[in-house]
Design a binder for this molecule. Structure first.
Ligand SMILES: *[C@@H]1O[C@H](CO)[C@@H](O)[C@H](O)[C@H]1NC(C)=O
Ligand SMILES: *[C@@H]1O[C@H](CO)[C@@H](O)[C@H](O)[C@H]1NC(C)=O
Ligand SMILES: *[C@@H]1O[C@H](CO)[C@@H](O)[C@H](O)[C@H]1NC(C)=O
Ligand SMILES: *[C@@H]1O[C@H](CO)[C@@H](O)[C@H](O)[C@H]1NC(C)=O
Ligand SMILES: *[C@@H]1O[C@H](CO)[C@@H](O)[C@H](O)[C@H]1NC(C)=O
Ligand SMILES: *[C@@H]1O[C@H](CO)[C@@H](O)[C@H](O)[C@H]1NC(C)=O
Length: 647
């Protein structure tokens, strides 16, 4: 730490000062009358040229989809007050095109509103269009309905994939075109693909992609760039030519000079940009809660800036994987979904609080640039509303199945083929008990993604996961027909995976959810499928039910009225403990807040943005519990507190 401080002050008094001054002067300068605004990388001087003057940026990532829009302006102002020049975000294709040709740009999907707010606050904008974005987001941001096309190859020049990419780019790029810096807007750069070098080296795919971009937005209008890991080989595989800007990413403790050398080896005159400088790290269910120390961030940041780097904090503002939007990773071959919180140990927390890390980074930037920053605006305090008792509201099989969409098919296929993208799916069939003399058991051989419950005549036979294959159970020879029910949860599609170099295939192409493969000893000719996508959840359609199916202790609802004080719309955290609860989804009124799984951890509470509460009518909290439905209502409470528990 002592070394770092010494280094900063040395830097301030000599070499860097020159740069800092020119930057701060440049930032305040308005465009000269008559000359168009311009932003380009300068491959001779390893800087950017903004309106003809040397420029580099300190920026931070804030994903609009992960924060409700009522909070966007405040967070952007907090980023500005930390001394940032720009905000970066991915653009999430799957939330904008939920069905092929059907588009959504409302609420927290209103990216144009986000861009306008950033400009009002005085931040430049860097958009990472993808179409693949990773981001710990379902299928890395690609729509899951792509998987209904047999043999589709995502992130490749495959014609089916590319035709949907083409359509999507023809929707998103014209929308943002008027907001480019060269047109008087805040957007200085657009990223194509994302860390493609870690996936494949298909240059035809990359050049087709860039061609699509340039056919819609002329190359002179905006700087296109790629981001890859900090090595020559990844850069070479993941970026197109060295006439386009290639940037790298790395976290704390990295040897910055080595990274710069790798970049120079690839593109000698390129400006050095770390597009993902990790302030924290995401968590998986069942894993340790991740943190990254502030001292490490400051010392690596110092080294990046001293190397004349531009930088982007990933993340600067945390957020939430609301609903079912979390992705998953493979730990070795182990499927590991990300938790609901995307706090990320960020400078601005999931709930919008300014952390010590925020203040330390802000102070560092003010010193480094020798500028005085405005005081950051702060949001309202979080509130402890106290304990809420929930009532049992019935079992989904018994009380609610009929109000969801039902299909009849000959063989079980994944949810995507029923136009279902997220949530739970139930497969039901009957089979004839058959030969009870020579064998008293029967076996079905199946694969599911990701987790499920297998019932025969309402009795739980086993809990399934992605590794399950055979399920063997007793036949009941005193009856002729037996009922099989298989309920499967989609826990989030893998968002990051290598491509096989052998045949170009990747896990992405096989992230269908539900039953993936099924065979049985007995003849089965018909299935009934129920889609529980909770797309339009209506808490007021739930009804108290006294019926408690014997032995069926999964998939039920609990609901409670929240205290009147929630009408103040102050943020809070709902703490859900195991027992009595185990795993499921929480709704506030009709909003799907996300998954809870206290039995697994590390996350034990969920952030509730106060704007979800109604001001003049009763507020409801509903739990859909999938693992541990208990009869007693005396101890089914949740606790609304002013602090989170992320483990
Ligand atoms: C940073 O840029 C300045 C101005 O162009 C230059 O004099 C200096 O050598 C550069 N420093 C490094 C480490 O590249
Ligand atoms: C899925 O949606 C398409 C239209 O996008 C429709 O043609 C098809 O019938 C739907 N499939 C099912 C199973 O509802
Ligand atoms: C059960 O018996 C039937 C009829 O004899 C036979 O076709 C089937 O393969 C047997 N199943 C097993 C698991 O042994
Ligand atoms: C059961 O499934 C596994 C894994 O998919 C497979 O290896 C095995 O051959 C299957 N058994 C039968 C009888 O199909
Ligand atoms: C599954 O059952 C089949 C017989 O039905 C058997 O051949 C196969 O080895 C079993 N697989 C596993 C993984 O137990
Ligand atoms: C078989 O089914 C009969 C009739 O439903 C039931 O009474 C009996 O308990 C069942 N036996 C087993 C072993 O599940």
């Amino acid at each position: 730490m002592v070394n770092t401080i010494l280094f900063i002050s040395l830097c301030l008094s000599f070499a860097c000062h020159h740069v800092v001054n020119s930057l701060s002067v440049e930032l305040d300068q308005t465009t000269l009358a008559g000359s168009d605004p311009s932003f380009v990388p300068d491959f001779n001087n390893r800087y950017f040229l903004k309106d003809g003057k040397p420029f580099r940026y300190i920026s931070g990532i804030f994903h609009y989809t992960r924060v409700l829009p009522q909070y966007w302006a405040l967070r952007l102002r907090q980023m500005k007050a930390a001394g940032l020049d720009a905000v970066q975000t991915y653009v999430f294709w799957n939330i904008h095109e939920p069905r092929p040709g059907v588009y959504d740009f409302d609420g927290n999907h209103n990216i144009i509103h986000f861009i306008k707010l950033a400009q009002q606050v005085g931040l430049l904008v860097i958009l990472r269009i993808g179409p693949y974005v990773c981001a710990e987001w379902d299928l890395g941001g690609m729509p899951s309905w792509l998987l209904t096309h047999k043999d589709i190859m995502l992130r490749s020049k495959d014609t089916v994939y590319m035709s949907y990419v083409y359509n999507w780019l023809h929707v998103i790029l014209p929308k943002i075109h008027p907001f480019l810096y060269s047109k008087g807007g805040p957007i200085i750069m657009l990223q194509y693909e994302n860390e493609y070098g870690s996936f494949g080296g298909d240059k035809t795919y990359l050049s087709n992609l860039v061609e699509y971009f340039n056919n819609i937005i002329p190359a002179k209008d905006v700087t296109l760039f790629s981001t890859d890991g900090n090595s020559y080989s990844l850069l070479k595989r993941g970026s197109l030519t060295n006439s386009l800007l290639a940037t790298i990413d790395f976290g704390i403790g990295t040897n910055v000079q080595n990274s710069v050398n790798e970049l120079r080896k690839y593109s000698y005159g390129t400006p050095f940009v770390n597009s993902e400088f990790y302030t924290g790290w995401p968590d998986v269910w069942g894993g340790e809660h991740q943190k990254r120390p502030t001292e490490g961030i400051l010392s690596t940041l110092n080294a990046i800036l001293d190397a004349n780097g531009s930088v982007c904090f990933y993340m600067f503002s945390g957020g939430t994987n609301f609903g079912f939007m979390n992705g998953a990773m493979l730990k070795g071959s182990e499927y590991s979904p990300w938790i609901t919180s995307y706090d990320y140990d960020s400078p601005i927390s999931e709930g919008g609080d300014l952390t010590e890390k925020y203040y330390a980074i802000r102070k560092f930037i003010a010193n480094y640039r020798n500028v005085i920053l405005p005081n950051p605006p702060v949001g309202d305090d979080k509130v402890t509303y106290g304990k809420v008792t929930l009532q049992y509201y019935g079992n989904i099989f018994h009380d609610y199945k009929d109000s969801f969409k039902i299909y009849t098919v000959k063989t079980p296929v994944p949810m995507e083929f029923f136009n279902q993208s997220y949530g739970y799916i139930l497969y039901e069939t009957v089979f004839e008990t058959g030969d009870c003399k020579s064998n008293l058991t029967t076996t079905v051989n199946l694969s599911i993604q990701d987790r499920g419950h297998f019932y025969v005549n309402s009795e739980l036979i086993t809990i399934l996961d992605r590794k399950s294959t055979n399920v063997t159970f007793h036949k009941n020879c005193s009856i002729t027909m037996q009922v099989i029910q298989i309920m499967v949860e989609n826990m989030g599609r893998i968002n990051y995976q290598h491509r096989s170099v052998v045949n170009g295939d990747s896990t992405f192409n096989h992230e269908h959810k539900g039953i993936i493969q099924f065979q049985s000893d007995e003849l089965i000719t018909s299935w009934m499928i129920t889609s529980f996508d909770f797309h339009h959840f209506m808490h007021d359609t739930l009804k108290r039910s006294e019926f408690y199916p014997e032995g069926r202790t999964q998939y039920c609802f609990y609901q409670g009225e929240l205290p009147k004080e929630t009408g103040t719309q102050k943020d809070t955290y709902v703490h859900i403990t195991s027992p009595p609860f185990s795993k499921g989804v929480v709704f506030i009124n009709n909003f799907n807040l996300g998954r809870f799984w206290p039995a697994k951890g590390p996350q034990k509470s969920l952030y509730i943005p106060g704007v979800l509460f109604k001001t003049h009518s009763t507020n409801y909290i509903t739990l859909f519990e999938t693992d541990n439905c208990i009869k007693s209502t005396t101890d089914t409470t949740v606790d609304l507190r002013d602090v989170p528990d992320l483990g």
